[in-house]
Design a protein around this ligand. Sequence first.
Ligand SMILES: [Fe+2]
Length: 268
Amino acid sequence: MENIKITVLNDDRCENELLSHSHGFSLLVETKNAKILFDVGQDNSFVKNAEKLCLSIEDIDCVVLSHGHYDYTDGLKFLKNGTKILFHPECVKWRKSKRTKKYNGIPYGKNEFETRFNVSYSKSPVFICEDICFLGEIERKTDFECKNFPSINKDNTDDTAIDDTGIAIKTTKGLIIISGCGHSGICNTINQAKKITKTNEILAFLGGFHLKEIDEQTKKTVDFLKENNVKQLYLGHCTSDKVCVYFKNKLEKSIKVEILKTGQTINF
Ligand SMILES: [Fe+2]
């Protein structure tokens, strides 16, 4: 065992009636070197569930935000002042949902955010500790990803969610790569993690895939995961039920495929 423990503090899916959950995403990531919160969801579910699961989030080293959408960041309101938070600088930008026509960015203006928390912005990759790397701005190189985005900017142009990123955890069996919403593309995210860590082996990919339909992007993502010999997949949040079924049908013979649920713990 690698002594790495990942607990789903919030996801859209939940089968445990004792736990809270909402549309959003939050993970507690524990390695021998660090304890981090990866995203905080849109409410206090992550706090309540940590308490019910007897997990302390008081002693985390930092929060990593995958991007600045409300369903990943509104939970910031339930963090104590001075908490260390790491993210891409565009995470704090103003944005509005195409669907609801409402603001869907982080719950603070830049000044209030910087006053309340101990913030670190980085476009470049950052090694949080020896074995956890914040991936920074993801190079968007594939021709089948990053076609549709859920938000617009103030001038009504597409918000390409350039802040969308993830983390990679180095293990002796390969990388564990975690995405929040996958707006940068799962394949682009994997390529970035491989490049930064100079590692080609991928033990697991975990998070939101932002895949809704069985379309070209979903099919090519499956091919990419096979080609890259990814050993374990954990599908969360913005991965539709039909895409989860498709992934299981196409990959389960060669790869462990699981659908994430609130309260689930994965030990590596
Ligand atoms: Fe998002």
